[in-house]
Design a protein around this ligand. Structure first.
Ligand code: GLC
Length: 414
């Protein structure tokens, strides 16, 4: 599967619908390459860092040079280019890269490769706080739903409703590949494209975007991933004797982790915040579950997450639900509004494992793998795990299944 989505230096998420390199996809996919070809795994991360912009941001997409129907293609993003010369988008994605770097470093250590990645990743993390936290809240703001990696999550509905539609007409290509009932609505796409136009109208000035984007939200998933990644970067930097990067990364991890912890509600869970109004979004989504990656949460917070993902409102036979089953707009077959995604179950399992909640982590991994065995490498699936949804041949679903199969094989061998 990975080989069929391999372009040489990058692995596309899926043929047809996602023909470019995506940021958090590539980071997770690199782990799948480890058991097949460790050099290829390191190359994946090198190409991901190659798309970095001069200011430090690692964008959400680097565009493949071959023409295709993907919307919004490179022309929507002006003439933005990454340091390796590829055209890129002007927004970012969940910064899971350094966590994947640390796991890769443990599974297939390569000092030269690891060393080359430290400074660029550290530069990106610093950018996230320097440019994306202009009010010194302690967490980076996301300026587009795509930055959360959870495009049409219920969390963003109210903030999107306030926005006008895009001026320019556009043709979506996604529904040529996947049934439209499993994809974001036209109403949401009009808002997504309006935001891209707004950024373009503001000359891709990231300072202005961070301060004034008409969509500005705190996402507990994004923030917790940054907390974990910064601490993972510190761990690798310490081993490699890069003390300045290690200290700066620990500082970022602690600041973001403590700020995020302060936002927990009385039920122990952390929710998204709409910074335009200051309102906390009442919906519970897998963003709340991902916050277990924040090593600064108390045991009580972790208890609440364990309950929600094993038996509670985020729990399903196939893994962690993308939205709470009791949410008014829960939609079990629509993209990020209910279905289960392998990367989320896997990341939540990683976070719980690190907090010593190994039984809960193993349960989530069992759910992930048994679903993969039934439906294969689908992009997402119905909560019961019997129906595959979205794209076929989806890279991170395969990569993360490979990681877990390999881990089980190693455990058996010992
Ligand atoms: C969709 C997903 C996002 C993913 C991308 C490529 O936009 O919402 O998380 O990175 O597809 O797979």
């Amino acid at each position: 599967m990975l080989q069929s989505n391999d372009t040489g230096e990058t692995t596309i998420p899926a043929n047809g619908i996602y023909p470019h390199q995506w940021n958090w996809d590539s980071a997770l996919i690199s782990l799948g390459w480890v058991s097949v070809d460790p050099d290829r795994a390191w190359r994946e991360l090198r190409s991901l860092v190659g798309m970095q912009m001069a200011d430090g941001m690692i964008p959400h997409i680097a565009f493949d040079r071959r023409p295709n129907s993907y919307l919004p293609g490179p022309d929507w993003w002006g003439d933005l280019v990454g340091m390796d010369g590829r055209r890129v988008s002007g927004i970012t994605q969940p910064p899971v890269l350094a966590t994947c770097l640390r796991l890769l470093w443990q599974l297939a250590p390569d000092e030269l490769q690891a060393r080359q990645l430290l400074a660029p990743i550290s530069h990106w993390h610093s950018w996230l706080l320097r440019v994306r936290d202009p009010q010194s809240i302690g967490e980076p703001v996301i300026v587009h739903p795509w930055e959360s990696g959870r495009d049409n999550a219920i969390d963003w509905d109210v903030a999107l409703e306030r926005l006008p539609n895009a001026r320019t007409s556009f043709d979506r290509a996604d529904t040529d590949f996947v049934d439209e009932t499993q994809r974001p609505t036209k109403v949401h796409y009009d808002k997504y494209m309006y935001l891209v136009e707004w950024f373009r109208d503001h000359g891709w000035n990231q300072d202005a975007i961070g301060k004034h984007s008409p969509f500005r939200m705190l996402d507990p998933g994004f923030s917790a991933i940054l907390t974990a990644s910064a601490s993972d970067l510190a761990a690798v930097a310490t081993e490699l004797g890069e003390s300045a990067i290690a200290e700066e990364s620990m500082r970022i991890s602690e600041n973001v982790g403590e700020s995020l912890k302060q936002r927990a509600s009385t039920d122990g869970l952390i929710r998204a915040v709409d910074l335009t109004t200051g309102d906390t979004i009442s919906t519970i989504s897998c963003g709340s579950a991902l916050s277990c990656l924040n090593g600064h949460l108390t045991d009580t917070h972790i208890d609440a997450i364990v309950e929600s993902v094993t038996v509670g409102v985020l729990s399903a036979p196939s893994g962690v639900l993308s939205a709470a089953s009791n949410a008014a707009d829960f939609s079990p077959e629509n993209y990020w509004r209910g279905p289960v995604w392998a990367n989320i179950s896997w990341l939540v399992a990683l976070g719980l494992d690190r907090r010593g909640r190994n039984d809960a982590a193993e349960l989530l991994r069992y759910r992930q793998l048994s679903t993969y065995a039934k439906i294969g490498a689908r992009e997402y699936n119905s909560p019961s795990g019997t129906t595959g949804l979205g794209a076929n041949g989806f890279s991170w679903s395969s990569a993360l299944a490979l990681v877990e199969v390999e881990r089980l094989a190693q455990m058996q061998a010992h």
